[in-house]
Write a new protein. Sequence first.
Length: 376
Amino acid sequence: MLIKLKPKKVLLIGGGVVAKQKADVLTKQNIPFDIVTLKNNTPYPAKIKEFEISDTNGYDVVIDATGCDKVTNTLLENKNFLLNVVDKPEVCDFYFGSIAKKGDISVLVSSNGKSPRLTQVIRDRIEKILPNNFEIDRKKDYETIKNETSKVFIIGCGPGAVDLLTIRAYNTLKTLDVALYDHLVNPEVLDILPQNCEKIYVGKQKGYHHKKQDEINELLVQKAKEGKIVGRLKGGHPFVFGRGYEEMIELTNEGIEVEIIEGLTSAISAPTEALIPVTLRDKKDSFMVVSAHLKGARVNLNWVDLLHRENLRVIVLMGLSRAKNIQKRALEIGINENREVYIISNATTSSKILKTTLKNLEKKAKEVKKPAIIIF
């Protein structure tokens, strides 16, 4: 049972870091309070004095954030108020919980005072899955509400190594009911998912699509409309040649809430793995990321003339199988055959780095396994 209390007066004893944390919570909840302390290191106004039990007169709630046994014992011996003693749940009349709140929806998480950090983690996860805009209607049944509170996360899982996941991606993975994942997603990432999470492989590779894009879109919509928290797991960054935007539009057109979780793109991490800066002062003042592979298995060579620019680093994704076309076009337009080229495969996991020249690009590309990027 949740009882909402609106105390007339709250007294906070203490002026250190812990007292500030409690003052922040009270302020966030719009609960007025006074502070008594010998030394005030908080940004809140306080009465500077040694605590006496008479200071509690007229207060309904007292919070002891001093860490001082003498103060605590005095309060316990003369108690006619609700008392919370920080880090001593056995003597508390109430506990501070962590509140996840969006609009009129509030979820209180409590550990009975045993682990505030645990409640904060759980609160943050709950806040992530709460809908941003949800109209509360008493007449809606359980299934309707469940379906309307579903959400899809389009998650960039980075270039491969699990420790290169963003913290946001890592935390989001732990909240999912269903995960649709690509072939570029490291299998170790799937170990982070909840044990009961439904895992569906929807990988697409050149010449072989386990599921077509339309089928993936339909599956995302279907799972979301079942009231699930759905994750679309992609290698790299979902908005860098990742079709994430297409999937987002499909979902939002169906009225489904979508959140994009960014990931580190191999366009940056692979050069870094090879100790190649994408920009270099006075030498490479800009860089461009291109794809050599377009929709419908078309070859994209529109960028090759940029190789004439000495100050530009060109990073080619999905170019390994197009190495012959790239080499031929570059030589045709007069790019020096001795131009340095790097090929990097499986960046951040079992990386292989090949340094070669434009002249030998096609030959060396055959020695490298996908996925790989080419750097001019």
